[in-house]
Each structure stands twice: as structure tokens, then as C-alpha cells.
Design a protein around this ligand. Structure first.
Ligand code: GLV
Ligand code: MG
Length: 305
């Protein structure tokens, strides 16, 4: 499933929950964590259950972000929401993951909920948020902690707090820094995710009115190979769906590379062949396949002729 745009919806807001199905995000997640005030945490569970069951969703990924294991709400969030709405729920997002044991604990809890609710074993997937210094240090073990894991996500706001960066807004450009201040983090999370077959997602961009700056910032993780990024507002969703899809030109070129490579290997029994003015081989096929599968997921069709 594509996750180019992952829309965050506060679980305590009936108004935002009701609007969410009309926003064309690849993934919608209902937040029980940091966008919900402590006094609303418990009541939000029921609102999220009602939204999942009662509203009309297409085939997008539906996820609930529970509170982290360092709070008192995690097990209640999982048991209440997954028991009542587990059938349509694709996954649970665990924030502030610092060790593989936290993922294993969630996996075990989900196994029991699935048994009690007649859900197929392994039905509910897990997404892990990396947003602390300790989480980043352990990201390789975290990404390998459970077969339920589907995606790993960077959380820039909590990460800035955890590492004591001298900024007051996380996940935006830092012009004083000569380069990309988050490059090491982006690259490290990407390697850990890909080594374990996970999708890799960038987190929120908090200046929601600055769409040009948002588009510019998306390039950092898009170019590295991330699958998508969070959206905090419907306007960000449209930008993400475009930014994290191949262009028609890239899609057509990737299809042409696959054809040329197939002709070369199957017709002429050659492993490497010229494609225009460049050499292509098996590695080119693998690169092209990724463009084609992402393009097809985005609904692209090969141009005629
Ligand atoms: C997201 O949860 C973040 O902390 O950036
Ligand atoms: Mg966070």
C-alpha cells in the first residue's frame, strides 16, 4: 500500500474526524498521543472507534497512534480501539520507540486482542516512530523486532526536544546550518527500514501555511528514497501525493528501460546494453522497477507511442 501522504487527525476532534474521509491521503491515522490533551485521552478512544466504524473509508491505510509505553494509556488504547474497530484497522503506530522490547510488547498485546476478537493472527500491523536519541541508536534492532512492522517513521519535533537542538520548531529548515541538519538521521533510519523490508516515512512539517517551504523540505527525504511524509493539513496532502510519485516522464523512461533490458537479456542474451547514451544492466532494472511500481500505485499509465 502506498503511504505518500499520511494524514494526522486528532482523535479528540469529531470535526476533524468527520472531514478526514474526504481528504485523499494514502494513509489516515487517528492520533491518541500528542495532539490529544491528557484530559481527553480516554474519551478520544471511543471517538476514534466511531470514526473507523461509522464513516465511509476507501481502501486507504487506516492507523491509530496510541500513547507510548512511558505513559499509563498504551494498553487501554490498544485494547479498546483494536477490540472495537480492529476489523478495518490496518495498523497501530507506536510513538517514541526506544528499544525492540517496546515493539515486542505491542506485538504480544495485539496477539491476545486478535485472539479474543476473532481477528486473523497478525491482522494488525505496527508502525514504529523514531523520535529520541535512544530510539535512533537502537533503530536497527527496533526495525527487526517483529514481523508485524510495516513502516518506520521519523518524528522531528520530539527528536529536536530529545537531542536538545536549539530550535523551537521541529521538522523545518534550519538556515544557519551549512547543509541538511537531519541528514544523518534520515539516512540512518532509511537504512534500518530498508534492511528489514519496511516502508520509511518522514514526519510532520509544522509550518502548515508555508506550502512552498514544505515542498522544498520534502525533497530531502524524497530524494533519499523515503516512501512518504506526514500531513497535518489537507493542503499538505496534495503536495505529498505529487512529490512522492514519479513524474510521467520518469515513469515512461522506467518502462522503456525495462523493455530494453528484457529485449537485451532474453533476445540477444546480453547482460548489459546501451539505452540511449547510457549503459543499463540488472541494477538498472531494479531501479526502474521501483519507479514503475510507485507510478502504478499512483495511477500512472504509460504514454502512448
Ligand atoms: C512527531 O510525532 C514528532 O514528534 O515530530
Ligand atoms: Mg512525536
Amino acid at each position: 500500500m502506498p503511504r505518500r501522504s499520511c494524514l494526522s487527525v486528532p482523535g479528540s476532534s469529531e470535526r476533524f474526524l468527520e472531514k478526514a474521509p474526504a481528504v485523499p491521503a494514502d494513509m489516515t491515522f487517528f492520533d491518541l498521543e500528542d495532539s490529544v490533551a491528557p484530559a481527553e485521552k480516554v474519551a478520544a478512544r471511543e471517538k476514534v472507534v466511531r470514526a473507523i466504524r461509522g464513516l465511509v473509508w476507501d481502501d486507504r491505510v487506516l492507523c491509530v497512534r496510541v500513547n507510548g509505553w512511558d505513559t499509563r494509556w498504551t494498553y487501554g488504547d490498544v485494547i479498546e480501539v483494536v477490540s472495537a474497530a480492529g476489523e478495518r484497522l490496518d495498523e497501530v503506530m507506536l510513538p517514541k520507540v526506544e528499544s525492540p522490547a517496546e515493539v515486542v510488547a505491542l506485538d504480544l498485546l495485539l496477539t491476545q486482542v486478535e485472539l479474543n476478537c476473532d481477528l486473523p493472527a497478525g491482522h494488525v500491523g505496527v508502525e514504529a516512530q523514531i523520535e529520541t536519541a535512544r530510539g535512533l541508536i537502537n533503530v536497527e534492532e527496533i526495525c527487526a523486532a517483529s514481523p508485524r512492522l510495516e513502516a518506520v517513521i521519523f518524528g522531528p519535533a520530539d527528536f529536536a526536544a530529545s537531542t536538545q537542538m536549539p530550535v523551537l520548531t521541529g521538522g523545518v529548515q534550519v538556515p544557519e546550518y551549512p547543509g541538511d541538519h537531519a541528514h544523518y538521521v534520515f539516512a540512518k533510519i532509511l537504512m534500518a527500514g530498508r534492511a528489514n523490508g519496511l516502508q520509511v516515512i518522514d514526519g510532520p512539517y509544522l509550518k502548515i501555511r508555508e506550502l512552498d517551504a514544505f515542498r522544498d523540505f520534502c525533497q530531502r527525504t524524497r530524494v533519499l528514497g523515503y516512501d512518504g511524509k506526514w500531513a497535518l493539513h489537507p493542503d499538505q496532502v496534495a503536495v505529498l501525493n505529487e512529490m512522492f510519485s514519479p513524474t510521467q516522464e520518469q515513469f515512461d523512461r522506467a518502462c522503456a528501460i525495462l523493455d530494453a533490458y528484457k529485449d537485451a537479456t532474453e533476445g540477444e542474451h546480453k547482460g548489459a546494453v546501451m539505452f540511449g547514451d547510457e549503459m543499463i544492466d540488472e541494477a538498472s532494472r531494479k531501479m526502474a522497477l521501483k519507479f514503475v511500481s510507485r507510478g502504478e500505485r499512483a495511477g500512472l499509465k504509460r504514454s502512448e507511442g
